[in-house]
Design a protein. Structure first.
Length: 235
């Protein structure tokens, strides 16, 4: 019987396949330190972000409950919805605040703001002006900014209107949740601005809280990228 050359033999029943002998690399002390540092930095930035938002929210809340009424060049009431020339309850509350302030002689002018929606016969500014005149504010003391569709646009146009007359300081009337952003936008546009939020706003409770949260987020971002850019991103 012819012998079998061991070099030509296949894998016998007792043979086992070769295993990868490369050792599995375990995380070393350096790797653990790197990951710990990454986690620490991420936690730090998260905490800073939450603190920044919390400060912005507190500023929105506190500004909305402040009254900075003082002599200025003009009182500016920011627009809100109107229904065929009749101010919505939200806009009427803002206008009532102006009516209450007018006898104090804080300003010789009132600027009403706001354009209209497609199909509307009246602008927010027109509805506001009619309401104020019916409430005793002289027509000659009212200026209209009737093309703005956002807070930034309206205040930008107001700044131009007042600049043409050599005026600069304003007292903004709006809802409490909206007061801080309005003032910051006006200041970014070069106006000297104060706020006198209405205390009869129809936006209350949970609705007010949700808007305050949204305003705080917008203000936190607007302070970083500018309110002009923020308006372009959100409108």
């Amino acid at each position: 019987m012819t012998g079998v050359d061991p070099t030509d033999a296949g894998v016998g029943p007792t043979d086992t396949p070769e295993r990868d002998s490369t050792p599995i690399r375990q995380p070393g002390p350096v790797d653990r330190r790197v990951w710990l540092r990454v986690i620490q930095v991420a936690a730090l930035f998260t905490a800073m972000g939450l603190a920044y938002f919390a400060i912005s929210f507190w500023q929105v809340w506190s500004t909305g409950r402040s009254d900075q009424s003082r002599p200025v060049d003009a009182i500016v009431v920011l627009g809100a919805a109107q229904y065929d020339g009749r101010p919505s309850p939200q806009l009427a509350a803002r206008l009532d605040q102006v009516v209450a302030l007018w006898p104090d002689g804080l300003a010789p002018l009132v600027v009403v703001t706001g354009g209209n929606q497609p199909g509307d016969r009246f602008t927010e500014a027109e509805a506001s002006a009619s309401y104020l005149i019916d409430s005793g504010v002289p027509a000659a003391a009212i200026l209209m900014e009737d093309s703005g569709s956002t807070t930034y646009e309206s205040l930008d146009h107001v700044a131009d209107l007042l600049d043409d007359q050599g005026l600069n300081s304003i007292l903004i009337v709006t809802d409490p949740y909206h007061a801080l952003r309005s003032r910051l936008i006006a200041q970014e546009l070069g106006l000297t601005a104060y706020v006198a939020p209405t205390d009869t706003s129809v936006v209350t409770g949970w609705g007010s809280f949700r808007r305050e949260v949204a305003e705080a987020a917008g203000i936190a971002l607007g302070r970083i990228i500018s309110f002009d850019r923020l308006s372009g991103l959100t409108d």
